[in-house]
Design a protein around this ligand. Structure first.
Ligand code: C2G
Length: 446
């Protein structure tokens, strides 16, 4: 019996896929089809897959050509599959010519002519309206956002707004955008969605104005500094059937998502402590040290360190305590403890202090160790008393990571998820984090 294997995402199953599977099957007697897992696609930079793994498997099954369907989960799996299933032929479309020659060592490699004029990308673009995005603000983060946005399909950055016309114009020229404006109405009328990258205290007002003008909003963290305001704005977005999400890149990246699901599955037992640190050493007369612009370590960095705590222990904490070091009215360092019924969340944030930026999740059976910078989760270990059971996990965290939050924003708009709470970062989690920052700000008020 001649066994053939082929792989693919098979998103929005089309004629090209059907032709490929038919010809692959004709090469032998038994066809195995490997369908890519969501995580694997994200890792290899395919962020825009529309159909779920279940749907894609169903589509391959319905083609009637597959004798067996497997899931492709990681780099290097092809060799293992070929050996495990005693495969004779590896077949793949001609867009991959020469890329899989290394498999010749294990079986015959056949590149099948690709069907012209049809592709998942083209179908995705046809199905998906391209979202025209405007950026509010022209600071450091806005500058980092533009190159990242190129990696996300279904969205294009059209223009920029800054009340200071010169800053808007310079930014527009630098990135060759279509337009700039210092007039909010004019700006808002030319886009479908906005990314708010302005200073913290301006967020709430901009969000409200954008939602009133029927624009979806992706807002830098912390979205706002008051719990009530967060609830009010999320509700307003839902009433308007608009997407509003907080741009916290870690929450949308595959390494972090997997870490949380592993820990929640109980592999390291019941969790007693989550200890997260994020510090920087900043100098100068910058916004971060300005009390009139809500400067300080907590407003700047607490969204990150509270994320794993809230994700693991939930939003119902019993108490929270802060130990800040304040200079010129802003906390340049804060240690905090969030108390839960069965454990604690500990964190350290600082703008003028050096500390190891790692994350340790301690459980009754073992612990998870994520080295610095844990907020760009590329690697972590699960460690146990018997080190033979230790396990290492590797991921890709591309670029600055801002592409992950934008990708989630586009996915939410395209799939109309604003009512479902099917966000990777839930509204109630975002609200709980904002509430803690809110409590902190009140605690240091004179
Ligand atoms: N294909 C084709 N004709 C098209 C489009 C796709 O023959 N018009 C083929 C591809 O060459 C591939 C298969 O259909 O062999 C699945 O295509 P995709 O779903 O785009 O998957 P891909 O990203 O190519 O994944 O590990 C994954 C594999 O390496 C391939």
């Amino acid at each position: 019996m001649i066994k053939v294997i082929t792989y693919g995402t098979f998103d929005l199953f089309h004629e090209g896929h059907d032709n490929l599977l038919r010809r692959a099957k004709e090469l032998g007697d038994y066809l195995i089809v490997g369908v890519t897992a969501e995580r694997f696609d994200r890792e290899r930079g395919k962020l825009n897959v529309h159909n779920s793994l279940m749907q894609r498997i169903e589509d391959v099954k319905n083609s009637g050509f597959a004798d067996e369907i497997i899931v492709e989960e990681y780099e290097g799996q092809k060799i293992e599959d070929i050996l495990k299933h005693n495969v004779n032929i590896f077949a793949i479309g001609s867009d991959w010519v020469s890329k899989f020659d290394y498999l010749n060592e294990y079986c015959k490699v056949v590149y099948l002519e690709r069907t012209k004029g049809v592709s998942s990308t083209q179908l995705r673009n046809e199905k998906q309206q391209i979202i025209e995005l405007g950026i509010i603000g022209t600071g450091r983060i806005a500058n980092r956002f533009i190159p990242e946005s190129k990696y996300v399909s279904g969205v294009t950055v059209k223009g920029v707004y800054n009340p200071n016309e010169k800053s808007a114009k310079d930014f527009c020229d630098k990135y060759e955008l279509d337009f700039y404006s210092s007039d909010f109405e004019e700006f808002a009328s030319q886009v479908d969605a906005v990314y708010i990258a302005s200073p913290h205290l301006s967020h709430a007002d901009y969000i409200r104005k954008c939602l009133e003008r029927k624009l979806h909003v992706l807002c830098e963290k912390p979205m706002v500094l008051s719990k009530n305001q967060a609830i009010e704005l999320y509700n307003f977005a839902m009433e308007q059937n608009l997407v509003l999400i907080e741009a916290l890149k870690t929450a949308y990246s595959s390494g972090f998502i997997h870490l949380i699901s592993l820990v929640k599955s109980g592999v390291i037992g019941e969790i007693r402590d989550v200890d997260a640190t994020f510090t920087k050493t900043k100098e100068g007369n910058i916004r971060e040290f300005d009390p009139n612009q809500a400067g300080g370590s907590m407003t700047e960095l607490a969204s990150y360190v509270l994320l794993p705590i809230i994700k693991i222990f939930g939003t119902e904490y019993k108490n929270v305590q802060f130990f800040p070091f304040i200079k010129n009215e802003v906390d340049v360092f804060t240690r905090g403890i969030v108390e839960y019924k069965n454990g604690t969340g500990s964190f350290k944030v600082g703008l003028r202090v050096n500390a190891e930026g790692d994350l340790i999740i301690s459980g009754t059976k073992g612990y998870a160790y994520v080295p610095a910078p844990w907020w760009k989760t590329e690697y972590f270990e699960l460690r146990f008393k018997d080190s033979n059971f230790n396990k290492k996990y590797f991921y890709k965290f591309d670029g600055d990571g801002l592409r992950y939050e934008l990708n989630e924003f586009v996915r939410n708009i395209t799939l109309n998820l604003n009512h479902s709470d099917d966000y990777l970062f839930k509204k109630r989690e975002s609200i709980a984090i904002i509430e803690i920052i809110d409590k902190f700000l009140n605690s240091i008020k004179k």
